[in-house]
Design a protein around this ligand. Structure first.
Ligand code: FCB
Length: 454
């Protein structure tokens, strides 16, 4: 048995969700269509044809969900705003019903003693903006500022923790290079341009939030999984540099004021991954805007990836090794690698000198159902969380300014291209009845929060 690990006083324990994954109510009360509505309504895009039309029906059940959070002892709740509820066509006319929904949610959380962490963009772009080119055009970044203005003006008196974007790398690359997420494009050159407009919109939004939400803390959430070269060969090392460059440095470097890592463009062109190694869309002043100081950085961490060069065209890529031992893999086929969380936290601390860090997502997919007694014995999720909490604790002992931890996810939900086939919740959701059942991991987590350690 290891001895008890205690976290610093004031360490914030929470859980996270995202609008499209839980809300449902996809066309209610004036909400506009999002790219995820369009994508999931298009045949063959999402597993089993699942959609977020109803999802966890959180749009109607939010009071019950806040009560649930309170039962679990959560100190904080990270959720995202659906932009098309606020501005149904992305810009212009504001939908008061959308603002009211989130305003009531925030009041409910505060009444329950739960600190709201609001993410502005967790992937549900208004379809009307996509029709004009989406994040590929600069005007979408301008529309994001308009949206930020509307929502932060309404919630800024009560919400004091803001995250501009969730995982811009996934938005740019999974949505527009790999094409498995909305809008489903497959073009890395376009994805790089998109990444710039995402980061630019972050830079432009931060001062707007500060203006409308005095005393607020603002940050951005990056997904950084731990990557290593698959072998000691120079080719695999190059693959690692390109993979790490694209997925991590391409986003972290400009946010931390270092501009874009140009080696990524050079090697991307050399390997034929990109056609154009110029960035004419980066205008004077853009890099300064992106480098706006933030109060914290959010880290989403799940697994380890290995970079190798031995694909047919010799282009570098990052792969996940085939599952061997089920004890070390989750049902997403993601390797369980808590040391990677420690390493990434150290990297953000030492290499990027992040002033303050939150783990804004970490969790595991297991489909363990309720048993005959109605309990959900998800011991493997509990083990996953415990090992990652321990890695976070070790990082804190090494001086990392980690201030809080959000488990992904509060409840089972719509897992993007996997639909309802992957369950990340610490609360079981029966999607037929919408009944919620805290899993064993949730009950354990409650105790961790009470003891501020385990
Ligand atoms: C992250 C997303 C989140 C969820 C988890 C499993 O990339 O931010 O919405 O899908 O993965």
């Amino acid at each position: 048995m290891t001895s008890k690990l205690t976290f610093p006083t004031g360490f914030l324990w929470g859980a996270a969700t995202a609008s499209y994954q839980i809300e449902g109510g996809w066309n209610e009360d004036g909400k506009g269509e999002s790219i995820w509505d369009r994508f999931s309504h298009t045949p063959d895009k999402v597993k089993n044809g699942d959609t977020g039309d109803v999802a966890c029906d959180h749009y109607h059940r939010w009071p019950e969900d806040i009560a649930l959070m309170k039962t679990l002892g959560l100190q904080s709740y990270r959720f995202s705003i659906a932009w098309p509820r606020i501005l149904p066509t992305g810009r212009g006319t504001v939908n008061p019903a959308g603002l009211d929904f989130y305003s009531r949610l925030v009041d409910g959380l505060l009444d329950a003693g739960i600190t709201p962490f609001v993410t502005l963009y967790h992937w549900d772009l208004p379809q009307a903006l996509q029709d004009e080119g989406g994040w590929e055009v600069r005007s979408t970044a301008e529309a994001f500022v308009e949206y930020t203005e509307a929502i932060s003006r309404r919630l800024g008196d009560r919400v004091k923790n803001w995250i501009t974007h969730n995982e811009p790398a996934v938005v740019a690359f999974v949505g527009n290079w790999i094409g498995e997420h909305a809008p489903g494009k497959k073009d890395l050159d376009a994805a790089l341009k998109i990444s710039h407009h995402l980061l630019l919109s972050h830079g432009w939004a931060v001062p707007v939030i500060r203006q409308n939400s005095p005393g607020a803390e603002v940050g951005i959430t990056l997904n950084i999984n731990y990557t290593q070269p698959a072998s000691l060969s120079p080719a695999d090392y190059t693959a690692y540099r390109v993979g790490d460059g694209l997925w991590t440095r391409w986003f972290a470097d400009p946010v931390f004021g270092r501009g874009y890592p140009l080696d990524v463009l050079t090697s991307g062109k050399k390997f034929g991954l990109i056609q154009d190694d110029q960035m004419p869309y980066v205008l004077p002043g853009d890099l300064d805007a992106i480098a706006v100081p933030t109060d914290f950085i959010g880290l989403n961490y799940y697994n380890r990836g290995l970079a190798r060069a031995d694909v047919p065209d010799n282009a570098p890529q990052t792969v996940f090794q085939a599952p061997k031992d089920p004890d070390h893999w989750t049902e997403m086929d993601w390797e369980i690698y808590p040391d990677g969380l420690f390493n990434i936290l150290m990297r953000l601390h030492v290499e990027y000198q992040a002033p303050k860090i939150y783990v804004t997502e970490n969790g595991a997919s297991y489909s363990t159902p309720p048993n005959d007694e109605g309990r959900v014995p998800d011991q493997r999720r509990l083990n996953y969380l415990r090992s990652h909490f321990a890695a976070a604790h070790k990082a804190i002992e090494c001086g990392v300014p980690l201030s809080g931890y959000f488990v992904w996810s509060l409840m089972d939900n719509f897992e993007w291209a996997f639909g309802y086939a992957q369950r990340f919740g610490i609360v079981w959701v029966d999607f037929e009845t919408q009944q919620r059942t805290p899993k064993d991991s949730a009950l354990w987590y409650k105790q961790v929060i009470t003891d501020n350690g385990f």
